[in-house]
Ligand binder design. Structure first.
Ligand code: HEM
Length: 464
């Protein structure tokens, strides 16, 4: 077992043992699933018993994410939170309103690229954070120095740094939490104390933000403020408040980093594969022209960009091992017994990098979805997980990602940076290991495509 890129180790084991690998981590039975076929058989078709989450002492007891519905077992509280998501994250009218709101965020992103192209990573970060902030709390993040942004990021980053699933000993040996902090290997307890405080601060502060936007500025968003309104009118707000607070934080934590990493991977691919970028620009020019910016209404007419979106999901696979499920009852599959309580880890990364399913998997090749190869399954059926725990933010995420990609392709030329001698610097194209994959740092050039593109962006910025 390895803590660095466990998905690759699982893939290697897969070659030896097949698409289902059973192991024990300390005393916990673990089933790694290496194929979409087996994942569907179990997590989709038998979702009644495969939809719990393994209990995490670290996340729940030590870091204070007890109402995080991404961690809850498949119980009544979990179902309530999924219901809270339904309207804002699935209804067509809410998503259409979001796409509209999103346009302003996209313009701010393009302005960032125009004024400070080297800061592309920070602009993507602000963009991913801001559209979550606006939708959840009604607050606009204008600069990366926003105080609310810092508070919430401190909590989320602190959590991510000490909680990647499968890598936290206290989750497998719960009694470790009772050992004194001065013992070697128990330093996690000290860290957990400050992260817990950061999580509480962030939950309280963001809730207050939504409440004050609602009561003072009369800004009602489809998520937190509408829950505050609903439970105020029912007279149960005080009871629901701890859950509403964590609901907001959960969505922020689940949605921001994943979106950010997809956008970074898209830019990286455009730098490394300039022909793909040129082809997308040609399609954009022939459909949208150069006199306006693209909108979501153009999406159906831009099939090549759609292939790029799919390939970006496949290439980056932001959550390589998804989020583990847990089995509620003993089960049997292909003649093998799977005990109750088994942690199920779907190796999403391998499902999307298996050369039998996706030929030449390390290459970024949107044409694989354009007829180059046969039977290329849409990565969106895999990258968001499976069954009753499938990502509920997937439609919402896609709107933000598509809008950013389309507008960047329409207005900027993207290329490799050059060193002091004038030689092109080719990015490594590699990703870091972790709960969420991030492309390793890279440099690039981002230049407006024309004077007309600059005017389109600045005019749109004036209007908003
Ligand atoms: C490209 C962006 C995203 C990717 C790749 C992604 C991927 C995933 C994956 C793999 C899971 C685990 C599914 C499973 O257990 O089988 C998940 C769960 C989840 N995602 Fe996303 N996600 C993205 C964006 C978002 C956004 C924008 C939101 C919020 C608006 C969100 C909210 C959640 C929540 C709340 C869960 C937990 C669901 C549960 O436990 O039932 N995600 N996501």
């Amino acid at each position: 077992m390895t803590l660095e890129f466990p998905e690759k180790r699982f893939a290697q084991w897969g070659k030896e043992y097949g698409d289902m690998i059973f192991l024990k981590m300390f005393n916990t039975p673990v089933l790694v699933i290496n194929s979409a076929h087996a994942a569907r058989d179990l997590l989709d078709k038998r979702s009644v018993i495969y939809s719990d989450r393994p209990y995490s002492v670290m996340m729940t007891d030590l870091l204070g994410w007890e109402h995080d519905f991404g961690l809850l077992p498949y119980n009544e509280e979990f179902r309530k939170h999924r219901r809270w998501m339904h309207m804002p994250f699935f209804s067509r009218s809410c998503l259409a309103a979001f796409a509209d709101m999103q346009t302003r965020e996209v313009i701010a992103l393009l302005m960032g690229f125009l004024n400070d192209p080297e800061g592309f990573g920070a602009h993507f970060k602000r963009y991913s954070a801001s559209f979550m902030f606006r939708y959840l709390y009604g607050h606009t993040v204008i600069s990366p120095d926003d105080e609310n942004l810092h508070v919430i990021e401190k909590a989320v980053e602190g959590t991510m740094n000490c909680s990647a699933p499968g890598t936290v000993p206290v989750d497998f040996i719960p009694s470790l939490r009772y050992l004194p902090t001065w013992l070697p290997g128990v330093g996690f307890k000290q860290k957990a104390v400050w992260v817990r405080t950061a999580v509480r601060d962030a939950a309280q502060r963001t809730y207050n933000l939504a409440e004050s936007k609602l009561t003072k500025d009369n800004i009602e968003t489809p998520v937190i403020s509408s829950l505050i309104k609903e439970f105020t009118s029912k007279g149960t707000l005080e009871t629901e408040k701890p859950e509403i607070m964590m609901f907001g934080l959960t969505l922020y934590a689940a949605g921001t980093d994943t979106t950010h990493t997809v956008l970074m991977a898209f830019l990286l691919a455009m730098i490394m594969y300039p022909d793909v970028c040129v082809k997308a620009q040609e399609e954009m020019a022939s459909v949208v022209g150069s006199a306006r910016l693209p909108t979501v209404n153009d999406r159906d007419a831009l099939p090549y960009l759609e292939c790029i979106l799919k390939e970006t999901y496949r290439f980056s696979c932001p959550a390589p091992l998804g989020v583990p499920h847990a089995l509620r009852e003993d089960d049997e599959y292909r003649g093998c017994w799977i005990p109750k309580g088994t942690m199920i880890i779907p190796n999403l990364w391998f499902m999307l990098h298996d050369a039998d399913a996706y030929p030449d998997p390390e290459a970024f090749c949107p044409d694989r979805f354009n007829g180059l190869y046969e039977n290329q399954e849409d990565p969106r059926n895999i990258v968001f997980g499976f069954g009753r725990r499938i990502c509920p933010g997937r439609r919402f995420a896609e709107i933000g990602i598509w809008q950013a990609m389309a507008n960047i392709v329409a207005t900027f030329d993207l290329g490799k940076a050059r060193d002091a001698m004038g030689n092109e610097i080719t990015p490594s194209g590699t990703f870091s290991s972790g709960l969420i994959n991030h492309p390793h740092q890279f440099e690039c050039t981002i230049r407006p495509r024309s004077q007309q593109a600059i005017e389109l962006i600045t005019d749109a910025n004036m209007k908003w």
